[in-house]
Design a protein around this ligand. Structure first.
Ligand code: S6P
Ligand code: ZN
Length: 187
């Protein structure tokens, strides 16, 4: 008979004011300089980098085995701002196992989950506090902050999914999200 390995249950605390996971095992920091090639206006991004290379987003995770059956979860915290009007966003990725889905629960801020398929289908699903977005299998996904405070989301996905950033670096997304004169434009 197959022997199951028993993993120790655990709980974690969120700081819902700061929008962070308390005592994360992994804390990833991405500054503006990590985002080269992702914004339409490369010169505006370079200017931002030279003006101090501000924090772009953070990911807080608890360590779990990256194995079938486990769920990876954590907090993504994306700062507000624009690069010549284009809203701050995450790099975006497909999962390395593309048939794995992901759930996002927005805890604070306002934004969109921008999603695309390899066939070029593109969707923008609105996010605000209390809203859940389901990213189905095969959809690349990127968070975009259109508000004036950090966009903080709780994410949960199969722990063995992995990340494929290379295809998005090559393809980009078919749509971009701008904030112009206080109005959101998805173009
Ligand atoms: C992982 C999940 C999130 C993102 C995070 C940062 O599958 O979708 O944890 O990693 O929002 O985005 P990115 O595109 O830089 O990984
Ligand atoms: Zn993902």
């Amino acid at each position: 008979m197959e022997k199951h390995s028993i993993y120790e249950p655990f709980g974690v605390d969120l700081d819902l004011v700061q929008g962070i996971l308390r005592e994360p095992d992994n804390h990833l920091i991405r500054k503006a300089s990590s985002m080269k090639g992702h914004y339409a206006d490369a010169k505006a991004l370079d200017d931002l980098i030279h003006q101090g290379d501000p924090l772009h987003y953070e990911v807080f995770e608890k360590e779990v085995p990256q194995a079938y059956g486990h769920l990876m979860f954590g907090i993504s915290k994306l700062q507000p701002g624009t690069v010549n009007g284009e809203c701050f966003m995450t790099k975006g990725h497909y999962h390395a196992i593309p048939e794995t889905a992901e759930v996002y629960l927005c805890l604070c801020g306002k934004g969109y989950m921008l999603m695309k398929t390899t066939e070029g289908e593109c969707r923008a699903e609105y996010m605000e506090r209390g809203r859940i977005v389901y990213v189905p299998p095969y959809w690349a996904h990127r968070s975009v902050n259109v508000g004036s405070e950090p966009l903080t989301t709780l994410f949960i996905y199969p722990a063995d999914a992995g990340h494929n950033y290379g295809d998005i670096e090559q393809e980009g997304f078919p749509k971009r999200i701008y904030l112009r004169h206080g109005k959101v434009e998805i173009v």
